[in-house]
Design a protein around this ligand. Structure first.
Ligand code: KMH
Ligand code: ZN
Length: 273
């Protein structure tokens, strides 16, 4: 089987230090968490950033500062900024990190969904097409975030219309809107075009079972505080690195070697550094 790409979603926009004191806010904390994940075996850092008080921001300068700090500690890791940001942000706010020189990848959320309580994460057709077009213009490979199967169908339609280039790379985020069962994951995997790559991010208690299924099925895996702040029920994870280490151990036991950042670039069709 192909080597395993592990993405660490180290920060997110919703989790706070009240959920787990190790959730990073400052530039230094973000760099610390990225380093712990890279050292453990992550080849992609999915990046959200915060103000020092924890407020999520898409500010370009803040992203640049965090990217520079991560690069100092993990020179070759793939840094994948979020263009989802936080619920309620405008499209222009969300797009800021795509302006950063050298951005290889970024997320492209392919539909609108409920995000808990009264929160709605809005991604209209025009938003998706516009984000897709800008990523093509800027030479950025989208990680297509799909929270249910209909979002795969959107991505396929927008690829036909020229807003997304093939081969596509999908991230199945399961356990937010769509359930996170083996049946759901198989359905998603069977719904993407041939030649696509995929990773799975199970949210909360679904993180580990989805990761294990992803490893067994030949896909790739995302873990990290954005999706889950616990190591086990009631026990907060010490770091993102601790969550990555467990995946590395399990993958090795299951015969999947871990991709380095450059091996991940090869698998994803990015320029090798
Ligand atoms: N924080 C969510 C509203 C992404 O990074 O593109 C959006 C999100 C997806 O996390
Ligand atoms: Zn995200």
């Amino acid at each position: 089987m192909e080597k395993l790409i592990i993405t660490a979603a180290i920060c997110g926009a919703e989790v706070t230090k009240e959920h787990n004191p190790a959730v990073p806010y400052t530039v230094e904390e973000i760099a610390r968490e990225a380093e712990s994940a890279c050292r453990a075996g992550a080849s992609i850092i999915h990046l959200h950033v915060r103000e020092d008080d924890g407020t999520p921001t898409q500010d370009k300068a803040r992203f640049q500062a965090c990217i520079d700090a991560i690069r100092e500690r993990c020179p070759d890791v793939i840094i994948q900024p979020s263009t989802g940001g936080a619920v309620g942000m405008t499209d222009l706010e969300r797009l800021q990190p795509t302006e950063i020189e050298g951005t290889e990848m970024a997320t492209l959320d392919c539909g609108t969904l409920n995000f808990g309580g009264d929160e709605i994460f809005i991604n209209s057709e025009n938003t998706i097409k516009n984000f897709g077009r800008i990523m093509i213009e800027r030479g950025i490979k989208p990680e297509i975030e799909v929270f249910d199967k209909g979002m795969i169908d959107y991505a396929i339609r927008f690829a036909k219309q020229g807003f997304i280039e093939k081969p596509m790379h999908f991230d199945f985020v399961l356990g937010v809107q769509m359930a996170a069962t083996a049946r759901d994951l198989v359905y998603m995997v069977e719904s993407i075009p041939e030649g696509s790559t995929w990773t799975v991010a199970g949210v909360g208690r679904h993180e580990l079972p989805m990761a294990v299924m992803g490893i067994a099925m030949g896909g790739h895996v995302r873990v990290g505080f954005e999706d889950n702040v616990y190591y086990e029920k009631g026990v907060p994870a010490e770091s993102n690195g601790q969550l990555v280490e467990r995946i590395v151990r399990i993958a090795k036991e299951m015969g999947r070697a871990i991709a380095t950042p450059n091996e991940a670039r090869e698998i994803l069709g990015l320029e090798v550094k």
